[in-house]
Design a protein around this ligand. Structure first.
Ligand code: SF4
Ligand code: SF4
Length: 113
């Protein structure tokens, strides 16, 4: 069976979007994949604060799903040698982030046409 090539590594990227990022996730998913993180109210989040390693702010509902913002400073706890260590079970926000999209290219400081 052919081994699937990693489109991110082919672009020379070792997981730039997996560093110091914010994921917007259904609360159930956040609790399953990132349990026991410090929770704060969204109006208490301050950019000037000393960076917390992980912070959750309650973000309201999308349909019936309660959503949360999950922020992390530094490498995501699942990053392994530039690749996602839980690729098959990665969060929906990571699954939906398109390789080569404008946001991806911005993170990589790639030139946008
Ligand atoms: S999606 Fe983009 S920024 Fe994220 S690891 Fe892949 S190439 Fe890098
Ligand atoms: S869960 Fe995987 S894809 Fe998502 S930020 Fe962490 S290492 Fe990157």
């Amino acid at each position: 069976m052919a081994v699937e090539k990693n489109p991110c590594n082919e672009r020379g990227c070792l997981g730039m979007c997996c560093w110091s990022n914010t994921l917007y996730l259904p609360a159930t998913e956040r609790r399953r994949l990132f349990p026991s993180v410090k929770a704060v109210r969204i109006d208490e989040l301050a950019e000037e604060e000393p960076p917390a390693e992980e912070v959750v702010a309650f973000g309201g509902y999308v349909g019936t799903a309660m959503m949360e913002y999950y922020r992390f400073i530094g490498a995501c706890r699942y990053l392994r040698n530039g690749e996602c260590g839980i690729y098959e079970d990665r969060p929906s926000a990571c699954r939906n982030f398109e390789v080569g999209s404008e946001d991806c290219r911005k993170i990589r400081f790639d030139e946008i046409d």
